[in-house]
Write a protein that binds this ligand. Structure first.
Ligand code: LHQ
Length: 264
C-alpha cells in the first residue's frame, strides 16, 4: 500500500483501490490530490495488473469538490483563471477516467459536492451509502457545473432535472439519485465498501478486453447513428472474438465449469 498524503493507493486482486484522503476537508481537491489522482488513473491505463479501479473517500465524506480555501478572494485582488485549473487538473483526469478501458467502480461514502459529485458520475458503476447525497454546489459560488457535470447530468437526467439541480444546488439524496438513474445502487452505510469492493473484485476477474470494448461502445452510442454504431459493434465484437477470454468463456460453458479469465 502506498500512502501518499492525499490519495491512498493499493493493488489487491487486480483492483486498484483509490481513497481520496483529506478527511478533515471532506476530501476537497488541492493541487496534491489532483496530481495524485491523475497519476493513479495513468497507472490504471498503463499497468496490466490493474483490471478494475475502486474509488472512494476517507472519513465521512466522498469529496467536497475544489478546496475553496486554496484561492481566498480576500487575500488577492487578482481574478483567478479557473479555466486554467480545469485544463490543468480536472479535465485530464476526467478524460483518463472515461478513456480507461477497464471498469471504474465508485463507492460514494458520504456527501459528494461540486466536482466531487461529477467525478463520481464519470465512474462506470456507482454505489452510494444510504446517507450520501449529491450537491451541485457550484451555483452557490457563482460557478457552472464542471468536471463534466453539465454534460453528464443533461445526458442522464435531461434538461429539467439537470437545470434544477444545477441552479438550486439542493442536495439530492442517494436513494433519489438511484431512482433517477444517476447511480447504480444505494446500499446500507456499513456494507458500502464491502459490496462495492466485491463488485470491483468480480470485475477484475472478468474479461477485461470485452469490458473495455463495452465501455467504449456505450459511451459512443449517444453521438452516432445506428448505422455507424452497428459497424462499431461489428468491429468491437471482432476484437472481442480474438481474445483468449472469449475462447475460455465458451470452453468453460461447454465444460460446465466457471470461466477463468486472464484479461487478454
Ligand atoms: C471544505 C470544503 C471545500 C475547503 C468542506 N473546500 N474546505 C471550483 C473552483 C476552481 C476551479 C474549478 O472547479 C471548481 C469545482 C468545484 O468543485 S466548485 C464547488 C466547491 N465545493 C463546494 O462549494 C462545497 C463546499 N462545501 C459545502 O458546501 C459543505 O461543506 C458540504 C455541503 C459539502 C458538507 O457540509 P457539512 O457536512 O455541514 O460539513 P462542513 O461544511 O462542516 O465541512 C467540514 C469541513 O470541511 C469544514 O472544515 P472545518 O475546519 O470548519 O471543520 C469545511 O470548511 C471543510 N470543507 N468543503 N470545498
Amino acid at each position: 500500500m502506498t500512502k501518499n498524503q492525499t490519495v491512498i493507493t493499493s493493488l489487491e486482486e487486480g483492483v486498484l483501490n483509490l481513497t481520496l484522503n483529506r478527511p478533515d476537508k471532506l476530501n476537497a481537491f488541492n493541487e496534491d490530490m489532483h496530481i495524485a489522482l491523475r497519476a493513479a488513473m495513468e497507472r490504471a491505463h498503463e499497468d496490466a495488473a490493474v483490471r478494475a479501479v475502486l474509488l472512494t473517500g476517507a472519513g465521512r465524506g466522498f469529496c467536497a469538490g475544489q478546496d475553496l480555501g486554496d484561492r481566498d478572494p480576500r487575500k488577492s485582488d487578482e481574478k483567478p483563471d479557473l479555466g486554467h485549473t480545469l485544463d490543468t487538473f480536472y479535465n485530464p483526469t476526467l478524460r483518463l477516467m472515461r478513456q480507461l478501458e477497464k471498469p471504474i467502480v465508485c463507492a460514494v461514502n458520504g456527501v459528494a459536492a461540486g466536482a466531487g459529485a461529477n467525478i463520481a458520475f464519470a465512474c462506470d458503476i456507482v454505489f452510494a451509502s444510504r446517507s450520501a447525497k449529491f450537491i451541485q454546489a457550484f451555483s452557490k459560488i457563482g460557478l457552472i457545473p464542471d468536471a463534466g457535470g453539465s454534460w453528464s447530468l443533461t445526458r442522464i437526467l435531461g434538461e429539467p432535472r439537470a437545470k434544477a439541480l444545477a441552479l438550486l444546488a439542493e442536495p439530492l439524496p442517494a436513494e433519489k439519485a438511484e431512482a433517477w438513474g444517476l447511480i447504480w445502487k444505494t446500499v446500507a452505510d456499513d456494507v458500502l465498501l464491502e459490496e462495492s469492493s466485491a463488485v470491483a473484485t468480480r470485475l477484475a476477474k472478468g474479461p477485461t478486453v470485452g469490458f473495455g470494448l463495452t465501455k467504449r461502445l456505450i459511451q459512443a452510442a449517444p453521438t452516432q447513428n445506428l448505422d455507424a454504431h452497428l459497424d462499431m459493434e461489428r468491429d468491437c465484437q471482432r476484437e472481442a472474438g480474438f481474445t483468449d477470454d472469449y475462447a475460455e468463456g465458451v470452453t468453460a460453458f461447454l465444460e460446465k465449469r466457471p470461466a477463468v479469465f486472464k484479461g487478454k
